[in-house]
Design a protein around this ligand. Structure first.
Ligand SMILES: C[S@@+](CC[C@H](N)C(=O)[O-])C[C@H]1O[C@@H](n2cnc3c(N)ncnc32)[C@H](O)[C@@H]1O
Length: 307
């Protein structure tokens, strides 16, 4: 690098601009953007900053342009084109929902369940409804595979733009034997399958109509279809619980991510799902995320004898 700009000064100025623009984690974002501009790891940016390194004018200009975009509240992940999530890195951009750290709870619960039921000879069958970039299903697949397990994943997405990102991530992170992408409506998905699936995970659109979305990154860049769930936010949830009832084998696991105001309504909806006199689901419970907010409903498909 020819000498021109002291990196530490560029970092300090960028952090201040991002902070003034309302970015929640300005120093982190500045480091990620510098890494992107300099084609380096974030850890290298930290080291070079501490060492008093300099960058040439062209690299400083590239960094400045990325900082400007972020100051206009374009999502960091759209600028870099990458979204790290639960041990995988997804390609993301316009047209697809950016995976959120809160969803790592579903991944952890699913991986724990899969490890408990897997054996070397038969793949554990996992379905990711409303898959978006594929984040949740691909993270489960990757973590289980790294632990020596075998998963067969089917990821279902309706949106024409989102499914392009899903296919791209499937090709990069899984083999065709491990994963199938299905471009269809999750509320009527996989009509040919009954009582065969071990785990259904779903992070559906769940924001109630009329709710205020404060973050510009979400309001301007996440696709509307990924966010809005009808009057009470549960339109898609009602559809996917009926599908999960058909897909899951007895004892199979259903995990649904939800808004923090839905920690009672979704368990109540599942408890009301009946087959004659018998409940469709057992062990229904709601779980909290790392911020101690209600985030995920857990239920097991009742054994056939209880139907
Ligand atoms: C909140 S995003 C979650 C995406 C991904 N699972 C994640 O956690 O990053 C909801 C996704 O559901 C998709 N979607 C909405 N309605 C759907 C439907 N009826 N069938 C299939 N996908 C749907 C949206 O296009 C969007 O990709």
């Amino acid at each position: 690098m020819s000498s021109a700009i002291v990196l530490a000064e560029a970092m300090r100025a960028a952090t201040e601009r991002l902070d003034a623009a309302g970015v929640a984690s300005p120093r982190y974002d500045a480091e990620v953007l510098a890494a992107c501009a300099l084609d380096a790891e974030r850890s290298a940016i930290r080291t070079w900053t501490a060492m008093g390194a300099r960058v040439d004018q062209a690299a400083a200009d590239d960094f400045d342009e990325l900082v400007q975009r972020r100051c206009r509240r374009e999502p960091l992940q759209h600028i870099t084109g990458r979204a790290p999530f639960a041990g995988v890195e997804l390609a993301v951009g316009p047209g697809v929902f950016i995976p959120r750290p809160e969803s790592e709870l579903l991944v952890q619960l699913a991986v724990d369940f899969v490890r408990g039921v897997s054996n070397a000879s038969t793949p554990v069958r996992v379905v990711d409804l409303c898959a978006g970039s594929g984040a949740i299903g691909l993270a489960i697949l990757t973590q289980v595979t790294q632990g020596g397990g075998v998963v067969h994943l089917q990821s279902v997405e309706l949106d024409d733009d989102a499914v392009l990102w899903l296919r791209r991530n499937a090709e990069a992170l899984a083999t065709p034997e491990q994963m199938q992408v299905r471009h269809e409506d999750a509320t009527a998905a996989m009509p040919e399958v009954t009582a065969e699936i071990d785990v259904v995970v779903c992070n559906p659109p769940y924001i109630p109509l009329g709710a205020e979305i404060r973050d510009p990154e979400v309001a301007r860049y996440d696709p509307a279809r990924a966010l809005w769930g009808g009057r009470d936010g549960l339109d898609v949830v009602r559809g996917i619980t009926a599908v999960a009832e058909r897909l899951l084998r007895p004892g199979g696991l259903l995990l649904i991510e939800h808004a923090d105001v839905q920690g009672e309504s979704i368990p109540a909806h599942l408890a009301a799902q009946r087959h004659g006199d018998l409940g469709v689901w057992t062990e229904i419970r709601d779980l909290r995320d790392l911020n101690d907010r209600p985030r995920c409903t857990y239920a097991l498909r009742s054994p056939m004898g209880e139907r």
